[in-house]
Design a protein around this ligand. Structure first.
Ligand code: ADP
Ligand code: MG
Ligand code: MG
Length: 254
């Protein structure tokens, strides 16, 4: 079944059109990667999916599991099963990571009509999930992300994803230099959490990430649209040849 269907999506930032007719369809069980040069609109796309208020959707549609995602508030999007990895990168002094995760987890459980967990049961659940990210339990008692290194914040994000078990996970790897350890954390998390019922969208301009995640499809974004779609071989070709040849082939297509 189709999990996400994006048709002719257009969006503005500060009155400038950034997304210019983006099309994407993802089915259950698939891992998709979006690559593309800096400034092509990758992060804009993930922010529009998240419902970031600075981005004005001017056209097209986004259907998530049969529902119009664009008419939901960001929190509702999250509760219906959309996970955005950059959603909680903020530091929250004075709030323990464990409490923060439990509140997020229970709010999702509640909205699904499922049982909320008390502190003890939640601790047991979290400890299982810590295995996914190979995270030291001491991080649970520290304040959310406070003083965490880049790699530790990454682990914490993947831990959140492992707890919330989203139907659609969107991981936007920002341009801030992720080291190889952080790439592996993301990759392991995606690989372990991907299953036949969900879909994973990994947005990156690091070809290297795809040494660790085998995507079913690789899309290239340019100028606010997906201009080419291929399989993992496309990522290898991009690694070897860069992006310019795609633009040139587009230019010579009649
Ligand atoms: P990518 O993630 O592919 O590098 P972005 O989505 O971050 O690309 O940016 C796409 C384009 O949108 C860039 O040209 C960028 O300068 C522009 N842009 C992004 N955010 C803003 C903003 N808040 N105001 C104006 N322009 C923006
Ligand atoms: Mg960028
Ligand atoms: Mg970006």
């Amino acid at each position: 079944p189709v999990i996400l269907s994006v048709r002719d999506l257009r969006a503005n930032v500060d009155g400038t059109e950034i997304l210019k007719g983006l099309n994407l369809e993802m089915r259950a069980g698939e891992i998709h990667a979006i690559m593309g040069p800096n400034g092509s609109g990758k992060s804009t796309f993930s922010k529009v999916l998240a419902g970031h208020p600075a981005y004005e959707v001017t056209g097209g549609e986004v259907i998530f599991q049969g529902q119009n995602l664009l008419e939901l508030e960001p929190e509702e999007r999250s509760r219906t099963g959309v996970f955005l990895a950059f959603q909680y990168p903020l530091e929250i002094p004075g709030v323990s990571n464990l409490d923060f995760l439990r509140v997020a987890y229970n709010s999702h459980q509640k909205s699904k009509g499922l049982e909320e967990l008390d502190a003890f049961d939640f601790q047991d659940l979290v400890e299982q999930k810590l295995e996914v990210v190979k995270m030291n339990p001491s991080f649970l008692t520290r304040s959310v992300n406070e003083g965490f290194s880049g790699g530790e914040k990454k682990r914490n994000e993947i831990l959140q994803m492992a707890l919330l078990e989203p139907k659609l996970a969107i991981l936007d790897e920002t341009d801030s230099g992720l080291d190889i350890d952080a790439l592996k954390i993301v990759a392991n998390g995606v690989n372990q959490l991907a299953n036949a019922e969900n879909a994973m969208l990994v947005i990156t301009h690091y070809q290297r990430l795809l040494d660790y995640i085998i995507p079913d499809y690789v899309h290239v974004m340019e100028g606010g649209r997906i201009v080419t779609t291929g399989t993992k071989e496309l990522a290898l070709e991009l690694e070897a040849r860069g992006y310019d040849w795609i633009t040139e082939e587009k230019a010579t297509e009649v």
